[in-house]
Design a protein around this ligand. Structure first.
Ligand SMILES: [Zn+2]
Length: 331
């Protein structure tokens, strides 16, 4: 065997060894690279999943945040609405029973009551006072307010404040009365004849207590600036015995009571029809005109059962307008 062949065999072996080693190294490197790549991908993937999850969480949190923000906004909105609802009318004419705008239509109650009691004419100017007792009611009072608004006339509402205990929503109707320029009178809290006039005799303490309760309730709805100096005795002052000391006690506080000289008769019976009410008003207005009475006070009711009054009102207003009456309110 030649040296050359030995050498070439040797180098061939060396070459094979080299190839094997190179291959092994390459495989190892490849394995390593693929391993690193795998882990890298896995890490990247897991990282991405995590970040996806995280971002999902964040999104959810944002969404929740949005939701609670929306809820918060809705709450604030509801609160605002509630505040508007429960807020007191800002346009109360201080220490009066009307709004600032409503004050323009007022007239002295004491003067009107003198006409009612003494049946004496005044200055010859035809003025009518539409008065509504026993309200507010949820069904009839808003309709009456709509009719008054459509006809651009003002009225006086004598409030029975137990209505607000029976149905707190009626407080909004009271605010509307004031805001729309009408005057507010006190018609007691209980309207309970047995309490106010036991055995038909005026009970000073009970009457004072009942009207004070009503006054406080009116203020709680319309604000401390609101102050009515106008009252109407439940049943009218002419119906009860021994009322004189009570009248004087009210007068000492600057409070005037007022009755009426036209009874629409809407409280005479539940079956009273619209036509009967209109006819009665026309009849009594004409009697007053015959006596040359220039100040007409009309008694009507806006309680829950007085639907016929609502129906009669447009005709009554048209009739009075036709006769040239000016519509004023009582202060
Ligand atoms: Zn009444």
């Amino acid at each position: 065997m030649s040296k050359k062949s030995i050498f070439s065999r040797k180098s061939k072996r060396e070459k094979r060894k080299k190839i094997i080693i190179t291959s092994l190294v390459t495989i190892l490197v490849l394995l390593l690279i693929s391993g690193i790549t795998y882990f890298a991908i896995d890490y990247y993937k897991s990282g991405k999943i995590f970040s996806k999850k995280q971002s999902k969480n964040i999104q959810q949190e944002i969404a929740l945040g949005d939701k609670s923000q929306v809820q918060e906004e809705t709450k604030t909105e509801a609160k605002k609405e509630e505040q508007i609802k429960t807020s007191l009318p800002t346009d109360v004419n201080k220490n009066s029973n009307t709004s600032i705008e409503g004050d323009k239509y007022t007239f002295s109650t004491a003067e009107v009551q003198r006409v009612n009691e003494k049946s004496t004419p005044t200055d010859g100017k035809k003025v009518v006072f539409l008065t509504f007792d026993d309200g507010p009611s949820m069904n009839n009072t808003p309709k009456i307010l709509d009719i008054l608004k459509a006809n651009d006339v003002k009225a006086t509402f004598f409030i029975m404040t137990k209505n607000f205990t029976d149905n707190p929503a009626t407080a909004e109707v009271l605010k509307r009365e004031l805001i729309e320029g009408h005057a507010i009178g006190n018609h007691s809290s209980s309207h309970d004849y047995k309490k106010l006039y036991p055995n038909r005799k005026a009970n000073m303490n009970n009457i004072m207590e009942d009207f004070t309760t009503a006054n406080n309730t009116l203020k709680s709805i319309l604000g401390e600036g609101f102050e009515t100096k106008v009252i109407r005795f439940p049943g009218g002052s002419m119906s009860w015995k021994e009322l004189q000391p009570v009248k004087e006690a009210f007068a000492a506080k600057g409070i005037s009571y007022v009755d009426w000289n036209v009874d629409s008769s809407d409280a005479k019976s539940l079956k009273r029809t619209k036509d009967e009410i209109v006819a009665e008003v026309k009849k009594e207005v004409e009697v007053n005109e015959g006596a040359k009475l220039d100040k007409i006070t009309i008694l009507m009711h806006d309680a829950k059962a007085k639907e016929a009054t609502v129906q009669a009102l447009p005709e009554i207003i048209a009739y009075l307008k036709g006769k040239g009456y000016e519509f004023r309110t009582l202060k």
